[in-house]
Write a protein that binds this ligand. Structure first.
Ligand SMILES: Nc1ncnc2c1ncn2[C@@H]1O[C@H](COP(=O)(O)OP(=O)(O)OP(=O)(O)O)[C@@H](O)[C@H]1O
Length: 260
């Protein structure tokens, strides 16, 4: 379970300007549930995820992974967390196998048990064909599979998945959604970020909507529909985040000038 309380984080922006990336974010992501963290660009989602991963300290507030404080007990909290970051972050010179092995070792795995886990993940994720290829030149799908295997190698009970279908084709996106449901059905706590509302509606049991560094709404998809009186989740999202429901008018097209 992931618990976040009154998190805040500021950055110094260009010219010394202070950016309040996260002002007050609090939510609980329970086990056996897919929690969607959604919000417009710049809302503070990635900053929140970075704090949960132990990559960044909050200025205020607290976050725990299975009760372990991400600041005071970073290593122990990280041991219970698997992270698929938005930039995927593969090293071009390492093979897929070396990536997964390296992360396994960071988590204290070794020997036959580590190799067995790599084999199981390669088979489950369908990456046998790239296992011993260097990551340079991998397609988006291949990159994603390696990044996911790396996140799963230590069998973490909590998962943070940032845009897990970004760049995938239709069949691979479907397979990924099935995989994510499988994680939930195994009782894991899954936190999922996406800008694709159809995917959010199809996957998430619970939504946390962030705008301008604050949680502006929280609940099941149907609860948020009922609260806004809107059916379409894109419209629900725009309404909750205070964005316009009207499509912008396209600029007028200049009439073709007659040839002189
Ligand atoms: N290291 C940093 N230095 C300065 N400003 C930052 C830094 N990281 C994030 N920000 C700012 O904090 C705000 C929140 O950014 P964040 O990346 O958390 O948003 P997000 O919700 O993940 O957005 P997106 O959906 O576009 O990925 C933005 O205004 C961003 O420019």
């Amino acid at each position: 379970m992931i618990e976040v309380e009154a998190l805040a984080k500021r950055f110094k922006g260009p010219g010394g300007r202070v950016v309040e990336a996260v002002r007050e974010v609090g939510f609980t992501a329970r086990d056996g549930r897919i929690t969607g963290l959604i919000g417009p660009n710049g809302a503070g989602k990635t900053t929140t995820l970075r704090i949960l991963c132990g990559l960044m300290k909050p200025d205020a507030g607290r976050a725990t992974i299975d009760g372990l404080d991400v600041v005071a007990e970073t290593r122990a909290a990280q041991a219970r967390l698997g992270v698929l970051p938005d930039n995927r972050g593969l090293y071009p010179r390492l093979t897929a196998r070396e990536h997964v092995r390296y992360f396994g070792r960071l988590h204290g795995l070794k020997g036959a048990e580590l190799e067995r886990r790599i084999g199981v993940l390669a088979e489950r994720l369908g990456m046998d064909d790239v296992l011993d290829r260097r990551a340079k030149g991998f397609s988006k799908g291949q990159t994603l599979k390696v990044a996911l295997a790396r996140a799963l190698v230590h069998e973490p009970p909590n998962l943070l998945l940032d845009e897990p279908t970004n760049g995938l084709d239709i069949a691979s996106s479907r397979a990924m959604r099935e995989l994510i449901r499988g994680f939930r059905d195994q009782g894991r706590c899954v936190v999922f970020c996406s800008h694709i509302m159809s995917e959010v509606a199809a996957l998430c049991d619970h939504l946390v909507v962030i705008a301008d560094g604050r949680v502006v709404a929280e609940g099941a998809v149907d609860e948020l529909r009922a609260r806004t009186g809107l059916q379409d989740l894109e419209e629900v999202f725009l309404s909750l985040t205070g964005q316009s429901l009207d499509a912008p008018t396209p600029p007028a097209v200049a009439p073709a000038t007659a040839a002189s």
